[in-house]
Write a protein that binds this ligand. Structure first.
Ligand code: ATP
Ligand code: MG
Length: 441
């Protein structure tokens, strides 16, 4: 992409409404724009990040055996009346009436809708287990939307729903999602701590929140620092090996982790040396709730013994738009964002310091073409702007690698590569640079 053909309206100053760094940086780097309280547009650069994250999340959901669907954002209230949640869900639910005066709502979550799909088609234990997921916008009329897309009203969620014959099957489905989550967070450079969560009135012991440590988080967390040295399961992991998957979950739930309000008495167990007390951002939530929805909604299958049983279910949410904020919050410096390669909007930013100069243009174009041909996404800054402003923009938008093409270097046949993370520059010939960058990707 050439900057002159792109739409990247970066801002020089930090907007007043931004209270935390990630919010300010996301507005300044023109990733998002607020349209109303807690409601955002995703501008081209932000859309690229979101798309890359969605692709990565799909890879891991599919690997774990989940199957993608897409459910509507607008749902009929009748399904929520069946489960009993239409009345119990509070003001966070946006309720609407259509022109026939039918009660509708903008989905804050999708348990009812997916249960309706499965009860309509799945009759037999032979069709189980089944895990259906989607990536879809949700609306919750949050009392206090804040921190940009971190606590928004409209936000993008990956939500998966598992259906099993019994609680042992449901546990295995839960474990698969647990391991898939570990891989997603690791691939975007985050350590997420799985914290056993309060399963509230539903009961049961299977609920974990995944929390990223961050000063601006809304939860208080106490955990063992061991979490920061633990190994992530590889992409070759066999998700059909129930024992292996269960052992990974055991390993990851063994070190101590709790929200401060839940287990203050257990803190004594954790020696001060290993203890981390911090604030954290909830980026995902796993939940196994048995027959809570299948029972009232009469979602049943015929078991191996010919009798009728309600499905054993679980649901697994991941806040994708919030995750983008969490990544920016945990990976930035004074100058701007530092994207992990996996979700960077472009892999490489090329700065042509002197557009119009024959040699600079030739080097910039050749560099751009060769990298694009090698499958590397480039943003070429070909604007007629001051060098300082170009450097500042490139640092702000945080692409992992910068290639700087200046009139003095090109006379010697050289260009500079700068690593955004450590600010280290190195000078190469054009060919050596192309080899170097393509090898790194
Ligand atoms: P929170 O405690 O932050 O309000 P929640 O427990 O109500 O979240 P879940 O129902 O567990 O949220 O939703 C799954 C995931 O969706 C959460 O883990 C979080 O990452 C994301 N999420 C929830 N609410 C919001 C929001 N208002 N804005 C952005 N992401 C959200
Ligand atoms: Mg939650």
């Amino acid at each position: 992409m050439r900057f002159l053909n792109y739409f990247l309206p970066v801002l020089k100053a930090s907007p007043k409404e931004a209270e935390i760094s990630s919010h300010s940086l996301m507005l300044r780097a023109a990733l998002i724009r607020q349209q109303s309280s807690g409601i955002y547009s995703w501008l081209p650069l932000g859309k690229r990040v979101l798309d890359k994250l969605c692709k990565l999340v799909r890879e891991e959901q599919n690997r774990a055996g989940a199957i993608e669907i897409l459910m509507p954002t607008i749902q009929p209230a009748s399904l929520w009346r069946e489960s009993g949640r239409y009345d119990s869900y509070g003001k966070e639910m946006l309720r609407i009436q259509d022109r026939q005066n039918r009660d509708m709502l903008y989905g804050p979550t999708n348990e009812e809708l997916v249960t309706d799909i499965v009860r309509s088609y799945v009759r037999s234990h032979k069709d189980l287990p089944l895990n259906l997921y989607q990536i879809q916008w949700k609306f919750r009329d949050e009392i206090r939307p804040r921190f940009g897309i971190m606590r928004a009203r409209e936000f993008l969620m990956k939500d998966a729903y598992s259906f099993d014959c019994d609680s042992a099957g449901a546990r295995a489905s839960y474990n698969r999602m647990f391991v898939a989550y570990l891989r997603v967070f690791a691939r975007i450079g985050l350590v997420a701590i799985p914290i056993s969560a309060d399963s509230g009135p539903i009961g049961g012991d299977m609920s974990h929140e995944f929390i990223i440590l961050s000063q601006v988080g809304e939860s208080s967390v106490v955990c063992d620092q061991k979490y920061f040295d633990m190994r992530i399961p590889s992409a070759e992991i066999d998700f059909s090996d129930k024992k292996k998957i269960a052992s990974i979950v055991c390993e990851w739930t063994d070190p101590y982790a709790a929200t401060e309000d839940m287990h203050p008495e257990a803190l004594a167990d954790l020696s001060a040396r290993n203890r981390i007390s911090a604030r954290g951002i909830e980026v995902g939530h796993l939940f196994s709730f048995g027959t809570k929805y299948s029972n009232p909604m009469c979602a049943r299958f015929i078991g191996i013994d010919g009798k009728n049983y309600p499905f054993f279910m679980g649901s697994y949410g991941m806040g994708l738009s919030r995750l983008v904020g969490a990544v920016v919050e945990s990976s930035h410096d004074k100058k701007g964002i530092i994207w992990p390669k996996a979700i960077a909007p472009f892999d490489v930013g090329i700065i042509n310091l002197k557009p119009g100069d024959v040699l600079c243009d030739r080097f910039a174009d050749s560099c751009y073409q060769q990298l694009e041909n090698a499958g590397i996404d480039c943003l070429l800054d070909d604007r007629n702007e001051q060098s300082g402003s170009k450097f500042a923009t490139m640092d702000l938008i945080g692409l992992p690698l910068q290639i700087i093409i200046g009139p003095r270097n090109v006379l010697k046949g050289e260009i500079e590569i700068k690593d955004r993370k450590n600010n280290q520059g190195e000078v190469f010939s054009l060919d050596a640079m192309i080899n170097r960058v393509t090898a790194k990707q």
